[in-house]
Design a protein around this ligand. Structure first.
Ligand code: PLP
Length: 503
């Protein structure tokens, strides 16, 4: 009886795996075609970034398909089931009027690389689980280090994104400081006695992951000192100097500065060269968060905005923001590879000391992850298929459209633009009609109504406690006409809302 069940099962599960030989190839092709057909069907019908359904509608549709059964169900049937409720009801990030967050339309080579990544399922922790992939990632790390301007001493590792890269930057900065200040090894001995005095400075508009990382690293959120920004939303360098001096006078220990290279909201770039000079002078660790600004590394026109990035001790780059990669794809880079050793931990089964002696590369040494995706392949395929010049010009194009958007909004009476000369590709603005009313509430309603109708997806953010609207233009296919249409839509929507409210 037991034997029969096992034999039955063997034939039953066979077809769910990748298989070798002539049959294997055909088998794979048939399955992929089903998926391609499903997606193609949906793409054909997409005419707005969102379907414009209510949360209740979406939940109800999902309820119909989320019951799980003990019995297998044919792939084509399951695909048919999820086509509407999941695929169609998604936010269509590749639509030209999807312009809310730092959430990019992925380029096809990146999307297709995901299929290869999944099918090969290499793990980047030890060389024997990714014999070729390890060297692809190494080559790409070197490539990006070169783009940053690091010497051969630079090194990097792929990460899940900016949050993880910032965490790594804050970890290395903490441990390097404890080592040089007290010869204290945090990895072995935990936090030093004076840890409560340690301080990191960053812009008050830095990404929240900086604070979160420092807090998770045991130093507490209060170890992060927010530095005020100037009107252009760049960190005030004079304030950095003044605050470091003040901290020192108070007996505290400032040890690192985070320079945001492209803030999430405004794309504003902190004064990199000045910060690099200051950090050098004071012996502070400089971490550059270029999760957004990384796109500029390929721009021939605008990469001067990153001048000084090569002087950072560590850098965060995201490829899934302004470099058109599917999530997730990011990198952490350091100017001096010796610092990555602060991360390594020898596990006999993954990275035995003998491997290192023989020159075998086990990337687990450089990462805070163990099993890790072969995301470098997406970046390789994209760089090769598109070429770096075209990629750079795609970044330039989004900047062109952003300048246009800022100008156009500035021209229209009822709008106030918070960053009239956008540094990157984000424009923050508010609709401010004549008359006294709750402007924040109006802007919130505009954003919500556009979202609910699905005609355009824009973001809202808070400026000095008020609700503002935001375009994050990451799609080089978004044109001036698209922007005009969305601005018109905002005006019309506002009028509808105001028309419906007696005041
Ligand atoms: C998005 C962003 C991050 C976080 O990156 P994830 O890839 O979302 O983890 C960090 N810093 C900045 C400036 C960002 O814009």
């Amino acid at each position: 009886m037991g034997t029969t069940t096992t034999q039955l099962a063997a034939t039953a599960f066979d077809s769910f795996f990748l298989q070798n030989g002539e049959f294997g190839g055909e088998h794979f092709r048939n399955h992929v075609e089903l998926v391609v057909d499903t997606l193609a069907d949906v793409l054909q019908d997409v005419d707005r970034p969102l379907e414009g359904k209510t949360v209740q509608d979406i939940q109800q549709e999902l309820n119909g398909i989320l019951d799980l059964s003990e019995e297998p169900q044919a792939l084509h049937e399951v695909l048919r089931e999820i086509k509407g409720p999941v695929i169609k009801n998604s936010l269509h990030v590749s639509h030209e009027r999807s312009m809310a967050h730092l959430h990019c339309p992925p380029v096809l080579p990146g999307v297709l690389a995901e299929l290869i990544i999944g099918a090969l399922n290499q793990s980047m922790d030890s060389w024997d689980q990714s014999p070729a992939a390890t060297y692809v990632e190494e080559a790409l790390s070197r490539y990006w280090c070169g783009r940053i301007g690091f010497s051969v001493r630079g090194d990097g590792v792929f990460t899940s994104g900016g949050t993880q890269s910032n965490y790594m930057g804050m970890l290395l900065a903490r441990d390097a400081f404890c080592r040089s200040k007290w010869e204290h090894i945090v990895q072995r001995d935990g936090l030093p006695e004076s840890f409560k005095k340690m301080r990191v400075l960053c812009s008050e508009e830095a990404h929240f992951s900086v604070k979160k990382s420092v807090s998770q690293l045991g130093l507490g959120e209060k170890a992060v000192v927010p530095v005020p920004v100037l009107d252009d939303h760049r960190m005030d360098l004079d304030e950095v100097r003044r605050m470091v001096e003040q901290l020192e006078q108070d007996g505290l220990l400032p040890y690192a500065v985070v320079s945001t290279c492209g803030t999430t909201d405004y794309g504003s770039i902190d004064p990199l060269e000045g910060l690099a000079d200051f950090c050098e002078e004071k012996g502070l660790w400089l971490h550059v968060d270029a999760a957004y600004g990384a796109g500029l590394l390929l721009s021939e026109k605008h990469n001067g905005k990153l001048a000084g990035i090569d002087r950072a001790d560590s850098v965060t780059l995201d490829f899934h923001k302004w470099l058109f990669q599917p999530i997730s794809s990011g990198m952490f880079a350091v100017k001096d590879r010796k610092h990555l050793r602060l991360l390594s931990h020898h596990a006999d089964y993954l990275n035995p000391v003998e491997d290192e002696e023989e020159g075998i590369v086990n990337l687990v040494n450089k990462s805070i992850q163990t099993t890790r995706r072969f995301d470098a392949l997406k970046v390789l395929l994209t760089l090769k298929v598109l070429g770096t010049r075209l990629l750079g010009s795609m970044v330039d194009r989004t900047m062109e459209v952003s300048s246009f958007a800022a100008e156009e909004l500035g021209r229209r009476e009822a709008f106030r633009v918070e960053n009239p000369s956008p540094e990157l590709s984000a424009v923050v603005f508010q609709y401010q009609p004549e008359g006294s009313l709750d402007v924040s509430d109006l802007n919130r309603k505009i954003q919500q109504k556009l979202f609910n109708e699905g005609t355009a997806v824009i973001a809202k953010t808070s400026v000095r406690g008020e609700t503002y609207l935001k375009f994050t233009l990451l799609n080089p296919r978004t044109t001036e006409e698209d922007v005009l249409a969305v601005i018109d839509e905002i005006e019309n929507t506002a009028k509808q809302i105001l028309g419906g409210t007696p005041h």
